[in-house]
Write a protein that binds this ligand. Sequence first.
Ligand SMILES: [Fe+2]
Length: 136
Amino acid sequence: MHERRDFLKASLALAAGVAVSSASRSFASTGSFPAGVVYTADNPGQWAAKVGSHAPEVTKAGKTITVATKHPMSEIHYIVRHTLVAENGTVIGAMTFDPEDKEAISTFELPNDAGSRVYATSFCNLHDFWVTEFTL
Ligand SMILES: [Fe+2]
């Protein structure tokens, strides 16, 4: 349990750092996410074989954003948390999962000032921190 709490703290701090720093540019498009710290579908690093089950997928229906990580959920290996962060650094929402949850899917309502870009994050307890950038 202590380890899970540490993961949550690390992912929140990292999400906040990504969001704050993203105000003036797109990290994913510049490839400037720190290697070995933040993983993306385009830069999966050591987890290249894990992209399909770890990079969060983002869909939009009106003001509703759905974040899905197509990852199995079990006591020893699961998605810990999703966040959705606006390009201005505002954390739009977060969802913490339990290993007993059947799937890692979360929904968030976009505020009117979300900007034109959002970042969806997904944290796996074994395969680290993933980000998908999404243009609204
Ligand atoms: Fe994983």
